[in-house]
Design a protein around this ligand. Structure first.
Ligand SMILES: *Cc1c(COP(=O)(O)O)cnc(C)c1O
Length: 464
């Protein structure tokens, strides 16, 4: 194994490398953790600590790290044709093959794909595409896109505007006009006094109310993640999506599913929409399409939009240098073959997903955990100061105490990576996890919860 001078890397990192979503003063003081190697569900840092990666990198390494087949496929494509563009009536074999493969995996009314370099670019593309669609339909006033509070749709100006993250909206504005937000279907936050299914219908009703306020003739599309990811793994009640679909149909509004996290097996189906009973017109994808080995994103375009874009109006003046990048597409094709060969989608749906659900929801018995839920291979639990008679009666921690971040540190010390969104701790494990891996992950999470509880008790922060 190569030896790495951690201190020297940290010094160069602090001096020259601007990280995404990072407080650089705090990072420089703490020193960055240097990741050097990955294999399967495990990561090793420069101090040779072995860490179970329960976040799949950033929701993306669905097939796990260190897959020889991926490096072989990429190497071969680099030697054959490392790059060519798809402008000027040109194409390449991996891009075409991948487009056909994605169409075969998607619901039947999807027959076309537009490739981008990332999820943010996919959502940028969607903003332009839905507005272009309505122009071609001679209804250009239909330009407003409805999204949700606490949604994450990327970090470009269109992505941040579509997203509903207050901390992002506060910086670098003004945002893109013509985008509005309704509340998220969070049962914990808004569902008091209702069953989950009653709440799902109420939360979907917020969409109809907003459409009526704006005027249906001004609304282009509704965009949402099947399960909200970065917002804290917000799993909607089962009644929610059926009602959203009914409302979009009623007003003729395009329904866009941002499947950047939910696609490629994460929810136990190739596309989370299928599992959630969503019938989208457009699907954004990225992350799991290549398991993060090479950047790639794109938009699956349903026939309602695709038939219009390809028969009316000539050029759609939009695209990227790396749209249909042959190496990225070759990586995606091999990634999909691995998922198929190992039956990972079915495994998550029928075996490891239900197994994870049983083990993870049982964590709600821990004195620190007020609520725990999962869907496929995403899960989250809420840290609470004391428990009440129902999930809406718990005493929550003051956000300023930073209990989520404290718990995250204990997770790392226990050798497992879990992400903190406020006081909600979330995971999105690699789909290759076995039942034994899940047991090991839960064991480490429990150790870290115990350590967090002990520290909070020592500090007098738990209710007596
Ligand atoms: C990560 C993410 C994006 C943005 O993708 P990037 O590749 O980081 O640009 C968009 N939507 C969702 C749901 C995501 O999780």
């Amino acid at each position: 194994m190569q030896t790495i001078d951690t201190g020297a890397i940290q010094a160069l990192d602090a001096a020259h490398y601007l990280h995404p979503f990072t407080d650089h003063a705090a990072l420089a003081a703490a020193g960055a953790r240097v990741m050097v190697r990955g294999d399967g569900i495990w990561l090793w840092d420069s101090e040779n600590r072995r860490i179970l990666d329960a976040m799949s990198g950033l929701w993306c390494v669905n097939i796990g790290y260190g897959r020889q087949r991926m490096s072989d496929a990429v190497y071969q494509q680099m030697q054959t044709l490392p790059f060519y563009n798809s402008f000027f009536n040109t194409t390449n074999v991996p891009a075409v093959t991948l487009a056909a493969k994605l169409v075969a995996l998607a619901p039947p009314h999807f027959n076309r794909v537009f490739f981008t370099g990332s999820g943010s670019e996919a959502n940028d593309t969607i903003v332009r595409m839905v507005r272009r669609y309505w122009q071609l339909m001679a209804q250009p006033e239909r330009h407003i896109i409805i999204s949700r509070v606490n949604a994450y749709h990327g970090s470009t100006i269109a992505g941040v505007s579509l997203g509903g993250m207050a901390g992002m909206h506060a910086q670098g504005g003004p945002l893109l006009p013509g985008i509005v937000h309704i509340d998220q279907p969070s049962y914990l936050e808004h569902g008091q006094g209702m069953t989950e299914d009653e709440f799902g219908v109420v939360a979907a009703g917020w969409l109809e109310e907003r459409i009526k306020t704006i005027g249906p003739h001004n609304v282009a599309a509704f965009i949402a993640e099947p399960v909200q990811g970065a917002g804290g793994v917000i799993i909607p009640p089962t009644s929610y999506w059926a009602e959203i679909g009914r409302i979009c149909d009623k007003y003729g509004i395009l329904l866009v599913a941002d499947e950047v996290i939910c696609g490629f097996g994460r929810l136990g189906a190739w596309f989370g929409s299928t599992r959630m009973g969503i019938r989208p017109d457009l699907i954004a994808f990225a992350k799991g399409v290549t398991s993060g080995y090479i950047p790639l994103g794109g938009v699956l375009v349903g026939d309602r939009v695709g038939d219009v874009l390809t028969t009316k109006g000539g050029d759609f003046n939009h695209g990227f240098t790396y749209s249909g990048h042959p190496v990225a597409c070759a990586a995606a094709l091999e990634n999909i073959r691995i998922i198929e060969d190992e039956g990972l989608v079915t495994r998550v749906a029928e075996d490891t997903g239900p197994y994870l659900n049983a083990a993870f929801t049982a964590l709600a018995a821990h004195p620190l955990v007020g609520y725990a839920d999962s869907f496929g291979f995403v899960a989250g639990l809420n840290l609470v100061q004391s428990k009440g008679a129902s999930v809406h009666a718990h005493t929550l921690f003051d956000g300023d105490l930073g209990v989520g971040m404290l718990c995250r540190t204990h997770m790392f010390d226990a050798g497992v990576i879990m992400r903190a969104v406020g006081e909600r701790m979330i995971i999105a494990p690699p789909l290759v996890m076995t039942r034994a891996d899940i047991d090991e992950m839960i064991r480490r999470i429990t150790l870290a919860l115990d350590a967090t509880l002990a520290e909070l008790q020592t500090k007098g922060l738990m209710a007596e």
